[in-house]
Structures are given as structure tokens and as C-alpha cells.
Ligand binder design. Structure first.
Ligand code: PMP
Length: 365
């Protein structure tokens, strides 16, 4: 072994050495339908105005540490209930990490539980924080298997249950009464994090239930709303609980450019809301057209993506790639997703191009 190999073996954790990095394919020149982004930019006039604000931003100083103005705007424009503070993150990825890091400790190897298939960062953040990850399989229709969930909660006593609402990669909303039962089962021994990354498209939320459940944390992001590039996530919970997470948040984790851009964009939230409404209308059209294709099973979605089962996912993904379209092959994620693909709902033009390419791929198979 070379000395660098010895160095890595001596220094880097064994479980990190055997983990793959989170891979994001290079998308330049591709129609990007794999990452649930909003395909619309801010209108040019607004971008010019934002450019001026960014030119005036103070970059030689650290951000204003309290983030008071940004927090006020997030609260006012994004529906945080009165009396609840928000914690800001560099994307909700960082918030997931903060939650996982807050519960894992050397004395008590905490368990973090989530239904699977779920967003991969729950398991990765649990692992890197030194917590055990417990995945509980969803029912074949992707609803929560409540018998298995409640049994796993009783057995593993998880400190945290992550529930994406709607779920990624399946797109569905879990039943409200199932989530309530999980919150009750966890009681004072565990928290449930409702990850509402796709709330702009689902509308349904647990944000208005915070007063009922002290162990409820609601997490969101501006990524899917149309601001994925600025990396801003936010979460809220009972003030005393949020104050604990605040201790783990790295200082200045939201940079000045993000702060300026977010404050500006939130002043024009109606533009983003209109884009979300257009995406929702397109989701309904795309779902209906996909459902009419022979051999395709479309799963109901309340998010800005649609997951579907095709006869041969690897073949479809390869053929679309040849047409310079990026979609996600879900097959390797979980056994229940064999031959499933996930596509972001985009502009009418891109959705039609995807539909045509998919039809051609299915016919050629
Ligand atoms: N939660 C879920 C359920 C997601 O699907 C994603 C991104 N795909 C995230 C969180 C991460 O979002 P962000 O861009 O805010 O880090």
C-alpha cells in the first residue's frame, strides 16, 4: 500500500471509506428532468433588479448572524405560525444533518427511522452522525405500513422519524391519521420530522399542527419552489426544541448572497407561486398522458415529479439519455422500485418532448 492509502486507512472512518459519494451527473447540454427543479427562472426584469441588490451586498463581512430580516420574511411569506421561530440551513440537506447530529451521541447510539424508499439523505446523515438507521418498508402502494412502523418504533425507540410529505421518490402523501399515530407513538421519546420539501405542489401541511404535538418538527426548502441554486432550507418546532438544534447549526451557514437573493425572491413570492401552479397543472396533464401509455404504471403524485413503472427502466433511461434527457432510474434504490423511473414535471414543451421520447423508447423496446 502507498503511504496515502495507509494515511487514509489510519485516519478516515471505515464506514466512510466504503461509502460512495453522493453522485450528481453532469447535466450540461441535457434536458434536466432528474432533480425536481422548477424549470422557470425569475423573469428578466426581476433578475436585473436582483443583480443590483447583489452588487450592493456586503461581502467582506460575515452575514448578519441573527438572520433576523430573512427569518421574518420566511415566516411571513412561507406560512410559519405566529410564535414559532425558524432555523435556517444551507438547503434542507443541512437541516437533516443538524437533526441527525443533535440526537446521536457516544453514550446512546440513537436510532433514526424512516420508511423506505425515502430520501437518501436520511440514511446518509444518520450514518455520518453515528446513529443507527432503521428503514421500514412501505406497503406496495407506497402507503405507510403502520403495523411495521409501530412495531419498529416500539423495538428501536427511534429518537427521530423522518417522513417526507409528500414522499420522495414515490410522490404520494402519507395518510394524516397514520402520521398522527406515529407522533402519538413517539410521544416524549422521539420526534417526527415532517420533511415538506414538496409542499409548494402538495399544499397539504403539518405546519398548522405544531401546537398539538411538541414532538413535531416541520422542515421545508425553497429549492423546489424555484430557488434550488441559492440553497436555503428552514425548519420550525416548539421553541425549546428548536433552540437545541440551533446549538448544532454552524455559524453563518447561510451566506450573504443567499440571504440577499432569498429576501428579494420572497418579496416576489407571487411569481414563484404562479410557477408552482403552472407546474401542478402540467403534472395533471403529464400523469394523464403517461397513464394512457400501454405497459406503464403511473403512481399518484402530489409533488413536482412523477414516478412510474415501465417494462425495462434501464432501457428507457439509456434511450432518453441518447436523446439528451436526464431522468432518474429508481430501480437500484429499493426492491419495491424495480423498473421504476422518476421524472420532474417541467415546462409544457419539455414535458411533451419527454412524452414523445418515452413513447419512442417504449415502442422500440
Ligand atoms: N427533502 C426531500 C424529500 C428531498 O427530495 C430533497 C431534495 N431532493 C431535499 C429534502 C433536499 O432539499 P434541499 O435542496 O433543500 O437540500
Amino acid at each position: 500500500m502507498s503511504s496515502i492509502d495507509n494515511l487514509i486507512a489510519n485516519v478516515i472512518r471505515a464506514d466512510v471509506r466504503t461509502t460512495h459519494a453522493y453522485v450528481v451527473p453532469d447535466s450540461s447540454g441535457y434536458m434536466k428532468l432528474d432533480a425536481m427543479e422548477n424549470p422557470y427562472e425569475l423573469p428578466l426584469e426581476l433578475r436585473k433588479e436582483l443583480g443590483q441588490r447583489l452588487a450592493d451586498a456586503v461581502l467582506n463581512r460575515y452575514p448578519v448572524a441573527s438572520y433576523a430580516t430573512l427569518k421574518e420574511k420566511v415566516s411571513a411569506k412561507l406560512g410559519i405560525p405566529a410564535g414559532y421561530d425558524v432555523l435556517l440551513g444551507n438547503g434542507s440537506d443541512e437541516l437533516i444533518q443538524i437533526v441527525a447530529t443533535s440526537v446521536a451521541s457516544q453514550e446512546r447510539r440513537a436510532a433514526i427511522l424512516a420508511p423506505v424508499p425515502a430520501f437518501v439523505m436520511y440514511a446518509r446523515s444518520a450514518q455520518f452522525a453515528g446513529a443507527d438507521f432503521v428503514g421500514v418498508k412501505l406497503n406496495p402502494d407506497f402507503s405507510l405500513d403502520m403495523e411495521a412502523m409501530l412495531a419498529a418504533i416500539a423495538l428501536h425507540k427511534p429518537a427521530v422519524v423522518f417522513l417526507a410529505y409528500p414522499n420522495n421518490p414515490t410522490g404520494n402523501l402519507f395518510a394524516v391519521e397514520d402520521i398522527e399515530a406515529i407522533l402519538h407513538a413517539l410521544g416524549e421519546n422521539g420526534i417526527a420530522v415532517l420533511d415538506e420539501a414538496y409542499q409548494p405542489f402538495a399544499r397539504q401541511t403539518f405546519m398548522d399542527r405544531l401546537g398539538e404535538f411538541e414532538n413535531l418538527v416541520v422542515m421545508r426548502t425553497v429549492s423546489k419552489l424555484g430557488l434550488a441554486g441559492i440553497r436555503l432550507g428552514y425548519m420550525t418546532a416548539a421553541p425549546q426544541l428548536l433552540a437545541e438544534f440551533e446549538k448544532v447549526r454552524p455559524p453563518y451557514n447561510v451566506n450573504v448572497l443567499t440571504q440577499v437573493a432569498a429576501e428579494f425572491a420572497l418579496d416576489h413570492i407571487e411569481v414563484l407561486d404562479a410557477q408552482a401552479a403552472a407546474i401542478n397543472a402540467e403534472r395533471e396533464r403529464l400523469a394523464a398522458e403517461l397513464a394512457a401509455l400501454p405497459g406503464v404504471e403511473v403512481f399518484p403524485s402530489a409533488a413536482n415529479f412523477i414516478s412510474l413503472r415501465v417494462p425495462d427502466a434501464a432501457d428507457v433511461v439509456a434511450k432518453l439519455l441518447a436523446e439528451r434527457m436526464l431522468i432518474k432510474n429508481l430501480s437500484k434504490m429499493h426492491g419495491s422500485l424495480a423498473n421504476c423511473i422518476r421524472v420532474t414535471v417541467s415546462t409544457p414543451e419539455e414535458n411533451s418532448a419527454f412524452l414523445n421520447a418515452l413513447k419512442a423508447a417504449l415502442q422500440a423496446a
